[in-house]
Design a protein around this ligand. Structure first.
Ligand code: MG
Length: 156
């Protein structure tokens, strides 16, 4: 049995915040605002996994109102979501993330991002796709960064 899920998230770019995407810190004048480290790509990915499992979303699992998630490392939250997936009897088939950002340029960081995700899933990097695109100056990407994620899960 296979299950598919999708996720979407956006965070605002502001001064004096780190920019962390798929667990990689990227040098940038602006970083993403959020309760956790605001890793928008990992947030979309977690929502895709939870969606595939029909287990709600990350707002339900890790509420903003809970101070223990303030500044949280989203990769640690992802490990928690992966353990829920494993408990339900599923493994990753593949995942595909699209990050939407006008700046900074992300291409050179993508191999490291894929490696970070392959490490937490304990899978081959060929199951992990991370892409980046702009919105050609349209849409919201000038003021924030967005991410879309799709996952396919396979019953083990
Ligand atoms: Mg988020």
């Amino acid at each position: 049995m296979i299950r598919v899920g999708n996720g979407y998230d956006v965070h605002r770019l502001v001064p004096d915040r780190r920019l962390v995407l798929c667990g990689t810190e990227i040098p940038s004048q602006l970083g993403l605002l959020g309760h956790s480290d605001a890793d928008v790509a990992v947030h979309a990915l977690m929502d895709a996994i939870l969606g595939a499992l029909a287990m709600g979303d990350i707002g339900k699992l890790f509420p903003d109102s809970d101070p223990s998630y303030k500044g949280a490392d989203s990769m640690m939250l992802l490990m928690e979501v992966i353990s829920r997936m494993t408990e339900k009897g599923y493994a990753l088939g593949n995942l595909d993330i699209t990050i939407v950002a006008e700046r900074p340029k992300l291409a050179s960081y993508i191999p490291e991002m894929r490696g970070n995700l392959a490490a937490v899933f304990n899978c081959n990097v060929d199951k992990i796709s991370v892409k980046a695109t702009t919105e050609e100056g349209l849409g919201l990407a000038g003021e924030g960064i967005g991410a879309y994620a799709s996952v396919l899960l396979i019953m083990t």
